[in-house]
Design a protein around this ligand. Structure first.
Ligand SMILES: Cc1cc2nc3c(=O)[nH]c(=O)nc-3n(C[C@H](O)[C@H](O)[C@H](O)COP(=O)(O)OP(=O)(O)OC[C@H]3O[C@@H](n4cnc5c(N)ncnc54)[C@H](O)[C@@H]3O)c2cc1C
Length: 414
């Protein structure tokens, strides 16, 4: 294992850090006030995006860009620390065109899209001109098992006709969203891993309707918050199918590996902020005649948080390195590990931050309450914790014949 960051990653980390501190962070209040009032992004976002691009801080999380596509082509390990810097604010990744769900959608279009699909959808995504969504989860089936997905995609002449209901689809209601990658069944008689396909459904196609927004723990104001969608007799040309027919399940899986690294690092960046705020609050807030930072519970909370973030970051770096070196199969175990470990770390640290801020911690005056709910949802999406734990249990070696007996000192075996 070699986790040293390359020179170009170090240079970009410094450049991103400078830009974030000088241009992005000072606009945080203005961002939130505008989004709460108007439900869309403030005009300064486009100015920041243009400046980020001018400074070479654009499309940083896409290792497989072609020579004529804009971006840095950093490896996953090179990008990981940059994602942590962006993760300090929930909206900062948009400035650098590194936000979900657009980046995983760019990945999947890059890997499986036709020349025409790349021209129509990937090129404007890479330019940060449009949003997209990924529509897999359905209210009527347990969607943590993607093979359960039921939305029907039927052939009709040269078209597909789609019927189904999706929910928790992030980004579909964003004002800039232009299409949804819809997962559905093209071959009901196929094997469970070969019956699904992915079809591009442009926003505005007759029969595609956004039914309602789904606020997360009562939070509905963020751009790209998830929605419920209905597809009734939605007709698109067969050329809108992404990749091979029946390959939907495999493509959906491929979309998630790199995205998990990004998401984990952004969450750990948010943890860095919470630790910083807890530390400052512990010095300024006084109770029972002393700063609350004099109490052992507060000191322990901050110190434990730092240990946990450091552990989690190292595990993510290892995962990124494995992914770079050997592809998704080489990193399979670690990709599941980081999903569980980071969600738990994030939950624990957000919980401590809420407690240390007292009543202020449950209000929206600090980022702690938003982090608390974001961390809680992280234990569900991208595969609930339990699914990853089951994978990890299965990957644990358990058939080293005879060896275990040497560890046992009594008469009984295992
Ligand atoms: C904020 C947010 C954003 C989202 N964005 C998107 C999006 O953009 N696009 C999209 O398609 N989906 C999205 N989702 C949906 C998300 O991917 C699903 O919620 C997730 O896959 C789980 O599916 P489910 O809700 O149907 O849970 P279910 O499959 O019903 O599972 C419920 C519970 O059952 C248990 N369980 C399930 N399987 C196992 C197992 N193998 N072993 C043990 N226990 C198990 C777990 O406790 C699990 O939490 C989002 C969800 C949230 C919360």
């Amino acid at each position: 294992m070699d986790f040293r960051f390359s020179d170009r990653s170090m240079v970009l980390q410094q450049s991103l850090e400078d830009f974030f501190r000088a241009e992005v962070l000072p606009r945080n209040r203005e961002w939130h006030a505008h989004v709460a009032k108007d439900g869309n992004a403030p005009a300064f976002l486009e100015t920041l995006k243009a400046e980020a691009r001018r400074r070479g801080l654009w499309n940083l999380g896409l290792p497989d860009l072609a020579a004529d596509q804009p971006g840095t082509r950093l490896t996953n390990l090179e990008f990981a620390p940059l994602a942590a810097i962006m993760g300090r604010l929930p909206w900062a990744p948009i400035v650098f065109n590194c936000n979900a769900p657009n980046v995983p959608n760019m990945e999947i279009l890059q890997k499986f899209g036709s020349v025409e699909q790349k021209r129509q959808w990937l090129a404007p995504l890479l330019d940060g001109r449009i949003w997209t969504a990924f529509g897999m989860t359905e209210p009527d089936v347990a969607s943590s098992d993607a093979r359960n997905i039921r939305t029907r995609i039927r052939k009709d002449g040269g078209d597909y006709v789609i019927d189904g209901r999706k929910w928790f689809i992030s980004g579909a209601a964003h004002p800039g969203c232009k299409m949804v990658l819809v997962v559905g069944v093209t071959d009901p008689d196929g094997s469970s891993a070969a019956k699904h396909s992915i079809v591009i459904v442009p926003i505005g196609t007759p029969g595609l309707e956004i039914v309602r927004a789904l606020p997360i723990f009562g939070r509905g104001e963020e751009l790209g918050a998830p929605v419920e969608l209905v597809l009734r007799n939605v007709r698109v040309p067969q050329s809108n199918r992404l990749g091979e027919e029946g390959a939907g399940f495999a493509m959906g899986q491929a979309r998630l590996g790199v995205a998990r690294i990004h998401h984990c690092m952004r969450s750990l960046g948010s943890c860095d902020v919470l630790i910083q705020l807890m530390r400052e609050r512990s010095a300024s807030r006084r109770a029972f005649g002393r700063p609350i930072g004099d109490f052992a519970n507060v000191q322990d909370a901050i110190a434990l948080s730092r240990i946990e973030v450091e552990q989690a970051k190292l595990l993510v770096y290892k995962t990124a390195w494995l992914l770079d070196e050997g592809g998704p199969e080489a990193a399979r175990r670690e990709i599941s590990m980081i999903k569980v470990a980071v969600a738990r770390t994030y939950s624990a640290i957000a919980d401590r931050a809420v407690q240390i801020f007292g009543a202020m911690g449950v209000s929206d005056d600090t980022p702690a309450s938003a982090a608390y709910t974001a961390a809680r949802t992280m234990r569900i999406y991208d595969g609930p914790d339990e699914v990853h734990l089951r994978t990890l249990f299965r990957l644990e070696p358990h058939e080293v014949v005879g060896e275990s007996a040497h560890y046992l000192l009594g008469e009984r075996g295992l």
